[in-house]
Write a protein that binds this ligand. Structure first.
Ligand code: PMP
Length: 395
């Protein structure tokens, strides 16, 4: 069978190979990217789903508007207001996970040969999604504080990218948090160079101790001209449940209209059953308590994992302590004459019964082969302790 030429731009993800091994009995996995299913508010969601079906059948069981279920768009808008962003319901497109928002951005903005700048490292599926539309995806150097804005400016001037994709708050896989001054600079660059900046923010509400700096979306009100170039992607996946497959995109009107048109040809509307359920759920006010619980559990697991890593692997490992989100991004320093080859380390880890993800596939260009990603989100304390011991043996 002859497939579309665009498929030549992508390959199945290298980390799938790791995921195949996760079925091995006894393996402790820090490799996953899922939220902890034990923290889903099953009772609250069951009640909301029941209400959606029995009390709102005309909405929940019927086709709906492509833009999204209006009450949900309003609820998303008011949550964004609480986070300091000036948005109207008409600026919000409900999407089938934020993954669909990324796909719609590819569809509406990218032509073959266009350039896209992303953080090195960044979310793997974004690299693949943009490549599928023929884009050349280029990494911008990062440090423990996220993207380096001087490098970003230089690469924008050099490549004239169609868009810049960033995860400023608790990135996947980096876990890093972009400081306020850098956020301002990103917005200034967007306005000055007239380049679309995408803020992907599925983890922003999973902070541990203090609130992260304001989102680019909120800050855009204070940087003249930046809002015209800013796209914001949000998601219910990490704060409520990924099974709902619900996210949203906030974008300038012309871009949003094109995204709505493309979505019409794709899935017509995101599941109305999911949208009405989410809307009923938000109305109960239970999300605040659910979220607090998730924050606390992840914070404790992150602290334990960091403490064990420092104790067991010491200076062989460098990482910036995450202040939220689900990931620790680490680098083998090569201290003590050890190899800084994370791929070999990951293989030895599997032999010892612990899985982490090698960093290489998270880089669009210029990979750092000494890096790897760990998630603490789904791992109970005793397994964190045992898993880190196994990592130390692998080292
Ligand atoms: N963006 C990032 C950075 C992610 O990590 C994920 C999921 N792991 C997504 C987008 C997609 O999430 P969803 O489609 O479930 O909203």
């Amino acid at each position: 069978m002859q497939f579309a030429k665009r498929l030549q731009n992508v390959e199945t993800s290298a980390i799938r190979e790791i995921f195949k091994l996760l079925g091995t009995p006894g393996i402790i996995s820090f490799a996953g990217g899922f939220p902890d299913a034990a923290l889903f508010d099953r009772e609250g969601l069951a009640e909301a789903a029941r209400k959606a079906v029995l009390e709102q059948p005309a909405a929940s069981l019927q086709y709906g508007p492509t833009e999204g279920y209006q009450p949900l768009r309003e609820q998303i808008t008011s949550r964004l207001h609480e986070q300091g962003a000036q948005v109207a319901p008409a600026d919000v497109l409900v999407t089938t996970g934020s993954q669909q928002a990324l796909d719609l951005l590819g569809k509406t903005l990218l032509s073959p040969g266009d350039k896209v700048l992303v953080e090195g490292p960044t979310f793997l599926a974004t690299i693949q999604c943009f490549r599928l539309y023929g884009a050349e995806v280029i990494s911008v150097p990062t440090d423990g504080d996220g993207v380096q804005v001087d490098a970003l400016e230089r690469l924008i001037a050099e490549h004239r990218p169609r868009l810049v994709y960033l995860i400023p708050t608790f990135g996947n896989p980096s876990g890093s948090l972009l400081p306020l001054a850098r956020r301002r600079r990103v917005l200034e660059l967007a306005a000055q160079h007239r380049v679309v900046v995408v803020e992907d923010n599925p983890y922003g509400e999973l902070y541990f101790d203090e609130l992260p700096p304001a989102t680019l979306l909120a800050l855009s009100a204070t940087v003249p001209g930046s809002r015209d170039w800013l796209v914001y992607c949000g998601s219910f996946s990490k704060i409520l449940s990924p099974g709902l497959r619900l996210g949203w995109m906030v974008a300038p009107a012309a871009l949003l209209a094109n995204a709505v048109m493309c979505k019409q040809f794709s899935d017509a509307n995101s599941s109305m059953l999911a949208q009405v359920t989410a809307s009923e759920y938000l109305q109960t006010g239970r999300l605040a308590a659910t979220l607090t619980n998730v924050q606390q559990v992840y914070a404790e697991r992150a602290r334990l994992m960091m403490e064990r890593l420092r104790a067991e692997l010491g200076e062989a490992l460098a990482f910036t302590p995450p202040r939220g989100g689900m990931f620790i991004w680490a680098r083998l320093t090569g201290a003590g004459g050890r190899s800084g080859d994370a791929a070999a380390f990951v293989r030895r880890g599997i032999e010892q019964g612990v899985a982490v993800v090698p960093g290489l596939p998270f880089y669009a260009t210029e990979p750092d082969p000494a890096t790897f990603r760990m998630s603490y989100a789904t791992v109970p304390d005793e397994k964190i302790i045992e898993g880190v011991q196994r990592l130390a043996r692998a080292l």
